[in-house]
Design a protein around this ligand. Structure first.
Ligand SMILES: Nc1ncnc2c1ncn2[C@@H]1O[C@H](COP(=O)(O)OP(=O)(O)OP(=O)(O)O)[C@@H](O)[C@H]1O
Length: 544
């Protein structure tokens, strides 16, 4: 457990780290999941160490007692807390990385980057992927699914692999060996940076990003020149370059579909078709394989990943992969055993009545970080932004993502927040690639306190400091709620989700509560505090 102190390196922002031992809920073995972690943090502007309310053990949302503080705007950068969140139920496994069969060079790199203890899903998934199985990885948002597939890939591909170099110098390799597909540019870039980080400064060129919005000819030139082993990109750009014959992927060994349920959506249909038919398909293989189930198995290994795995994914996995396994945080089972009414695939696809059954709610709750607190607050439409502002102050939230559904309303909300002295910015698809990444950078480094955005940011976005998610408009369903909510409370940190709605929308919140199997308590913001107005026992009934 001494090794855990390396976590502080991952987040250099922690100035002191302390572990509190506690028994696991399931009375299982003592794991990191059963440990608490406290930290101190610094305000950039004052360099003064302060305690954050969210850190205090007694600071459950019901007892938030933080005072409303005036927002400082004059000349000085807004007060910014760096990563103040408590890691309460970090999903770390009892195993260590060396036990998982990773090669020594990769272990060294992990150590250098401060990753010393695998999370539950990593310790379950890595050995399975190393044994060449096709997999669907399902575990809740922020539980470390990215490394769960990157590490086994880097064990086989590139300079850190088991039987190191030889054939990996640029120029010798002819085919790309791993293709990672993500549904948004932001997520693609985020995964790409993770790969770069693991490869280390000397081998950055072994990976290349192919996201939309960036200059395509430059990407094509880089592909030709650097002959990367790994590409990470969005479906449109990967399909485009592949169709132009400039993506040598017939010999590709790994095809990863991150946020697979999103990639299955209609918007990506044609691009995904192209990718699935060409990446890792040796020329001459039956492209459809409809009549010949053996030809259907391409040489590639399929890795499909999401916090939400509807039945459509299990069906797709069966047809794309060979005997795929469903990997969850602590279990592995054949995907064949998953029934339409089975344990993972229900949210978004079953009727609301059936969702009230035990297995269904259990399934949905597995998509959400366990430490999250969920609330809703009823207000009139015209007061929503003001409620958001009061909510941010009441919870003393430092890094907030507010979700809306329409760009125009979103812009109005930012305008109103700014007018009321709250440092806010908008992030949506109408902004160019550069604009989007600048805003995101500002949000990540604390220059922006409230990021008002739409579904674009709901998936995969990893901002450790985000301590509050607000639904200023309702998500379309429980799947969207889960992904939005999952932007906070990452890697076991505390996080709060507040849905601001109008009276006639309360029944939708109740339905979400039933589907997700988590209590969403009614609250209001009075005198700078969050007050729970609904009996918790009543909301807890949804857990039945
Ligand atoms: N073993 C580890 N030790 C320390 N930090 C880790 C470890 N594994 C992952 N992380 C960090 O945890 C954060 C969340 O990981 P990641 O983005 O992979 O989660 P996820 O499960 O893919 O979430 P989502 O479903 O929202 O995409 C990242 O910042 C990542 O670098």
């Amino acid at each position: 457990l001494r090794k855990l102190s390396h976590i502080s390196k991952r987040a250099p922002l922690y100035t002191s780290v302390r572990f509190l031992s506690r028994r696991d809920h399931d009375n299982g073995p003592l794991t990191l999941a059963s440990l608490g972690l406290k930290s101190e943090f610094e305000f950039e502007t004052t360099n003064k160490k302060r305690k954050n309310n969210l850190q205090k053990p007694e600071a459950s949302a019901e007892v938030f007692r933080s005072k409303v503080k005036p927002v400082k705007r004059t000349g000085i950068k807004e007060v910014r807390v760096k990563n103040p969140l408590e890691i309460e139920g970090a999903p770390f496994a009892a195993k260590s990385f060396p036990e998982l069969g990773l090669p020594p060079l990769l272990l060294e790199r992990l150590e250098k980057e401060g990753f010393t203890v695998p999370t539950d899903v990593q310790s379950t998934a890595i050995p399975v992927i190393l044994k060449d199985h096709d997999v669907v990885i399902q575990s809740y948002t922020g539980s470390g699914k990215t490394l769960a597939y990157l590490l086994p890939i880097l064990s086989e591909v590139g300079p850190l692999k088991k039987n190191p170099p030889g054939g990996d110098e640029p120029g010798k390799r002819t085919d790309i060996e791993a293709v990672i597909v993500a549904p948004s540019r932001e997520l693609g870039m985020q995964i790409f940076r993770e790969v770069e980080k693991l490869l280390g400064p000397g081998d950055k060129k072994l990976a290349q990003q192919l996201v939309g919005g960036a200059n395509r000819s430059r990407q094509e030139e880089a592909l030709k020149k650097n002959k990367p082993a790994i590409v990470v990109g969005t479906p449109g750009r990967i399909a485009e370059i592949s169709a132009a014959g400039k993506l040598p992927t017939h010999g590709c060994r790994f095809l990863v579909l991150d946020e697979v349920d999103e990639l299955l959506s209609f918007n990506f249909r044609d691009d995904m078709h192209r990718i699935l038919e060409h990446v890792g398909r040796k020329s001459g293989a039956d492209p459809c394989g409809a009549k010949n189930p053996i030809a259907r198995r391409a040489d590639r290994q399929m890795i499909m990943v999401s916090a939400t795995v509807p039945y459509s994914v299990t069906r797709a996995a069966r047809s794309w992969g060979q005997d795929p396994l469903l990997v969850q945080a602590k279990s592995v089972s054949p995907i064949e055993s998953v029934q339409p009414s089975g344990p993972v695939n229900l949210i978004g696809h079953a009727s609301s009545s059936s969702l009230s059954s035990n297995s269904h709610t259990q399934a949905a709750v597995e998509s959400l970080p366990p430490a999250l607190k969920h609330y809703y607050c009823v207000t009139r439409g015209q007061h929503k932004v003001d409620t958001l502002r009061r909510c941010v102050h009441a919870l003393d939230a430092k890094s907030v993502i507010a979700f809306m559904n329409h760009t125009k309303q979103l812009k109005d909300a930012v305008f109103k927040l700014e007018a009321r002295g709250m440092n806010a910015a908008e992030l949506h698809g109408d902004l160019g690639k550069l604009g989007r990444s600048t805003i995101l950078k500002k949000f990540k480094n604390g220059e922006v306190r409230v990021l008002v955005t739409n579904e674009l940011s709901a998936r995969g976005l990893d901002v450790a400091e985000c301590d509050l998610v607000v639904n200023l408009e309702l998500p379309t369903d429980a799947v969207h709620y889960a992904h939005r909510a999952g932007r906070t409370g990452r890697l076991g940190r505390k996080g709060t989700v507040v849905t601001v709605c109008e009276e006639p929308e309360v029944f939708v919140v109740k339905k979400l509560q039933r589907q997700l199997g988590v209590p969403i308590q009614a609250c209001e913001f009075t005198e700078g505090k969050l007050l729970v107005t609904e009996d918790k026992a009543k909301t807890e009934k949804v857990r039945l």
